[in-house]
Design a protein around this ligand. Sequence first.
Ligand code: NAD
Ligand code: UDP
Ligand code: UDP
Length: 338
Amino acid sequence: KLPAYHHRIAAAVHSVGKVPLGIKRKGLRIVVTGGAGFVGSHLVDRLIARGDSVIVVDNFFTGRKENVMHHFGNPRFELIRHDVVEPLLLEVDQIYHLACPASPVHYKFNPTNVVGTLNMLGLAKRVGARFLLTSTSEVYGDPLQHPQKETYWGNVNPIGVRSCYDEGKRTAETLTMDYHRGAGVEVRIARIFNTYGPRMCLDDGRVVSNFVAQALRKEPLTVYGDGKQTRSFQYVSDLVEGLIRLMGGEHVGPFNLGNPGEFTMLELAKVVQETIDPDARIEYRPNTEDDPHKRKPDIGRAKELLGWEPKVDLHKGLPLMVSDFRLRIFGDHKEGAT
Ligand code: NAD
Ligand code: UDP
Ligand code: UDP
């Protein structure tokens, strides 16, 4: 048990938000909204391993307890079932705001991006926490600039089927900057490009999870449209490293966090065939409305100011995801059970 003065020092350190020289810092208190989801749970693993105390706030809309269950019983870990659309009172140092229905089948008609972000900014303002928004490459819409730099304002249809997500995130960025300028909240903005890895939702309709699950189940790979549209796929550990550097650094951003390796959907299908089943068939389906034709990050800013760049390419990362999917599809572990 620590002597009483240790607690007093910890409280004093927390109240000024800075560590006086010579005092060993206790871990930070960090909220991760959406922490039971795919990206969030990997972030939580890193923060817990680093010695921080983590509170996950999640309504399990697409997240799963299984993703964070290995931390149950750790006194530095807490899990709160809560919808961020409702106000929330906590005392913390940092807020990683990831909560969001993030895939096309889930994100329609949901006010999380706007109301949830507003609440978390209100929380950050009240307690003086640093706030990080996980925005998206979708803010560039169907881009007329390639690759996309952070200075590009985007080409987004405000009334289209995807607009709830991309305009929602654009509004979230606006709110974030308004709280920064107007209320002095310390903020960080990441624009995340397509990310894949273990713990991705199995049936959320995203292309990498679809292709991998289809190849494993011996179903045809569904290529939408002519398959010539491009995306850049980032492995989740690279993203988590980028988010932590961004939160810890001095720059507001926005920062593109993505892997510049660009693939057509047909090329992606080929990598999946090589990795799982060379005989997997391809089946063409009509493409969805307003599908961006191409997307590739310019990561010059993150390289220069955060000293960050991705390390895991698709050929290295995909097999790591396949092992996890194999276990979840064929193992004892049933998808969706909580
Ligand atoms: P995910 O669906 O696995 O995680 C989102 C989490 O948020 C889930 O656990 C879900 O239950 C939770 N959530 C949703 N609505 C909520 C609400 N109202 N209240 C509380 N919790 C709620 O998705 P992910 O891929 O891990 O995405 C995490 C973040 O990264 C999202 O903000 C997403 O927009 C952003 N992002 C992801 C990608 C990607 O390719 N994975 C790309 C760009 C941006
Ligand atoms: N909020 C929250 N937790 C807090 C502080 C605020 O959820 O600890 C919510 C609050 O309910 C409001 C939003 O954040 O809906 C914005 O708060 P802010 O104080 O900026 O705005 P105000 O309440 O003054 O309109
Ligand atoms: N896509 C596809 N087959 C699928 C799912 C998606 O060809 O089974 C295509 C989709 O049309 C889009 C690309 O893959 O052009 C990426 O889609 P995803 O939903 O994964 O990401 P986003 O469009 O949000 O970048």
